[in-house]
Design a protein around this ligand. Structure first.
Ligand SMILES: C[S@@+](CC[C@H](N)C(=O)[O-])C[C@H]1O[C@@H](n2cnc3c(N)ncnc32)[C@H](O)[C@@H]1O
Length: 265
């Protein structure tokens, strides 16, 4: 009921703002920028076939890490990024966090092509291990909870982890398969130093994955969520956890990214 009221408030608030932005707000540059941000979000949720394949942005890329010289991480495939990936900047943020925290055991929910998995492997010590869980395409119709329509395309794929398969860092990575709602996390209890939650973005899944991951974390470990600002399921679940569960009261959103983090105490 509380969620229903919150959702209704959210929709009404957004509808009012969009109404203003599409009329009088067009004369306000902040409003025009907000519209552009919204467009960017939906652009990433289109069908890949609808996207013009030629990248019109020919100017070489850089970011604050490169400009300010405080990029300590080693990265690969940063700019080879598209649907279902962390952005260039987010990948660097995650890689730098990994490099700084030096985790021995990492658990990721949602392997996809393994771009973030590989970059986490690149920034850990030789004896670190990364377990990455992915839902096999064959299990798409038998998940315990409903996944979002818009994420079916990330599940339906020939293989998981092609970015790291055959890479010298692949020895650190252990691929496991299953539905995060039914997967047995028990054997990892109290062993994970860093976790990356980026599986299903449906509200129930984000709640499930957050609680399951918390149950396997070591004290002092770090949980990282992707897509806090991009998917309603993610922000509804994280807002709820933040507001109602004391174990999640220290979640923080990293500004300028869709990443949320929690240091486990
Ligand atoms: C957005 S992609 C992950 C992107 C990847 N973490 C990265 O940074 O490049 C989401 C992944 O979660 C997986 N997934 C979706 N629902 C899942 C579930 N219930 N259990 C496990 N994995 C799931 C999908 O198969 C897909 O590979």
């Amino acid at each position: 009921m509380k969620k229903l009221v919150n959702d209704a408030r959210l929709y009404l608030g957004v509808a009012r703002r969009i109404g203003y932005t599409m009329t009088l707000g067009m004369f306000n540059s902040d409003r025009r920028n907000s519209l552009l941000s919204l467009y960017q979000v939906y652009r990433h949720q289109q069908n890949p076939e609808d996207i013009i394949p030629v990248d019109p942005f020919i100017i070489p890329k850089t970011d604050v890490f490169e400009l300010l010289g405080n990029d300590h991480a080693t990265c690969e495939g940063v700019y080879e990024c598209g649907f279902g990936h962390t952005t260039e900047f987010e990948l660097k943020v995650i890689s730098n966090l990994v490099k700084k925290l030096n985790p021995k055991t990492i658990f990721e929910i949602g392997t996809f092509q393994g771009r973030t998995t590989l970059n986490m492997a690149l920034n850990t010590e030789p004896d670190a291990k990364i377990i990455t869980l992915d839902l096999p395409s064959s299990d798409l119709d038998s998940t315990q909870m409903k996944i979002e329509e818009g994420e079916i395309r990330y599940v339906k794929k020939e293989s998981s982890g092609e970015r790291f398969v055959g890479h010298p860092m692949a020895y650190k990575i252990n691929q496991v398969y299953g539905d995060s709602a039914t997967f047995s996390f028990a054997e990892y209890e109290n062993s994970v130093d860093l976790a990356f939650i980026d599986g299903s973005h449906a509200y129930e899944y984000v709640l499930n994955d957050s609680r399951k991951i918390l149950s396997i974390m070591r004290t002092g470990g770090l949980i990282i969520w992707h897509d806090y600002t991009n998917w309603q399921g993610v922000w509804s679940a994280l807002n709820e956890l933040y507001q109602t569960d004391y174990q999640f009261k220290n979640i923080r959103h990293i500004g300028g990214t869709s990443i949320a983090i929690l240091e486990v105490v």
